[in-house]
Design a protein around this ligand. Structure first.
Ligand code: FAD
Length: 330
């Protein structure tokens, strides 16, 4: 293996973290850049004075053997656990009980925990928004909004960001990869976090909603090791979100609270709203990842592999394997 291989990985969500972990384990030097304050991307938790609420990914499955092994490693490290909510489905005004054999995992004590665990072993540069890439004779240079062109020349650049955010970075460097990212349709999701002074008396901990603006409601406090005030999370469905994307927080919250009320939910003592601009991909792509060995440019992320946490991790892992095969040949 060449000792000088140094890779830039843009995006410290679960795909980027999986990719960077595999590359670093194989002996390569990896620098991770993320525009946010902390790692995790859409595996995200909002915190207040005495409350917390997962407002992005709600839980994840682990069907693939490699991902199951990784989740077992997270469980041993105490950063993931099984969540067994009392589940319901709303097709009308009252919930139908829902039997489920699916094993649901969550981060412990918050959804961000697995990402923080992975990031602790990696070189992560937070609050670094990458705006441009350029290929020079001696490798790739990247431009950050905060620091301008970074001096380091990277052997390869790997993008682990949502498809619409990859497009502008790829347009000059690799138009065909920009076209692939441009073909992925990612849709938004309004999230409403509710806080209550006392436990809410509803006959379920989580429910799939097949009517009106909502698609999912969950008692965040029913997940393992959650502390603080009782919190619930409401997710709007993609069609409703896209139709109300530019609406103000107050009117979005009013509509979602009214829908929650119609399902039997009480008024909260307080709420916080968050708009996810790119939540899921419809239809999901199944490329797994994309890698151009000739120029050293790669893509991974949930949008390339089914649109979930598990798919994102597997996509990052697959990109690392492809890149490692190329470098082994050098
Ligand atoms: P992300 O997590 O989006 O990570 C991308 C990272 O790139 C981010 O940290 C971002 O800050 C960074 N970034 C972007 N552009 C730049 C740039 N220019 N420079 C630097 N950094 C940049 N999945 C499930 O399995 N189960 C669920 O229940 C579930 N529910 C969901 C509900 C919602 C509301 C949302 C939003 C998602 C949900 N998902 C769920 C999907 C899941 O969260 C994603 O599939 C997964 O987290 C995506 O990981 P990723 O690494 O591909 O992307």
């Amino acid at each position: 293996m060449r000792p000088t291989v140094h890779l830039a990985l843009i995006g410290a969500g679960i795909a980027g973290l999986a990719c960077a972990t595999a590359l670093q384990r194989a002996g390569l030097e990896v620098s991770l850049f993320d525009k946010s304050r902390g790692p995790g991307g859409r595996m995200s938790t909002r915190r207040g004075a005495d409350w917390q609420c997962d407002h992005g990914a709600q839980y994840f499955t682990a069907r693939d053997p490699a991902f199951r092994a990784e989740v077992a490693r997270w469980q041993r490290a105490g950063v993931a656990g099984v969540w067994e909510p009392r589940l319901g489905t709303f097709d009308g005004a009252s919930p139908q009980g829902r039997e489920s054999t699916v094993e649901r995992f969550v981060g412990v004590p918050a959804m961000t925990a697995p990402a923080r665990y992975l990031a602790s072993a990696l070189a992560v540069h937070a609050l670094t928004n990458i705006e441009q890439l350029r290929q020079q004779t001696h490798g790739w240079q990247i431009l950050s909004a905060e620091q301008g062109w970074l001096e380091t020349r990277f052997t390869a650049v790997l993008l682990a960001v949502p498809a619409p955010q990859a497009v502008p970075l790829l347009q000059q460097a690799a138009p065909e990869l920009a076209a692939l990212a441009g073909s992925a349709v990612m849709r938004g999701c309004w999230a409403l976090m509710l806080r209550f002074a006392a436990p809410v008396d509803l006959p379920f901990d989580a429910a799939f909603v097949n009517q009106g603006p909502l698609r999912w409601i969950a008692r965040n406090s029913s997940k393992p090791s959650r502390r603080g005030e009782e919190t619930w999370l409401l997710h709007a469905c993609a069609d409703w979100t896209e139709a109300h994307l530019e609406e103000g927080s107050e009117s979005v919250a009013a509509a979602l609270l009214s829908a929650f009320g119609q399902l039997g939910g009480p008024a909260p003592q307080d709420w916080t709203v968050h708009r996810w601009r790119y939540a899921d991909t419809e239809p999901a792509l199944h490329e797994v990842c994309a890698w151009r060995p000739d120029i050293g440019l790669g893509l991974c992320g949930d949008w390339l592999n089914g649109g979930k946490v598990e798919g994102a991790w597997l996509s990052g892992q697959a990109l690392a394997e492809q890149a490692l095969r190329s470098f082994a040949r050098c």
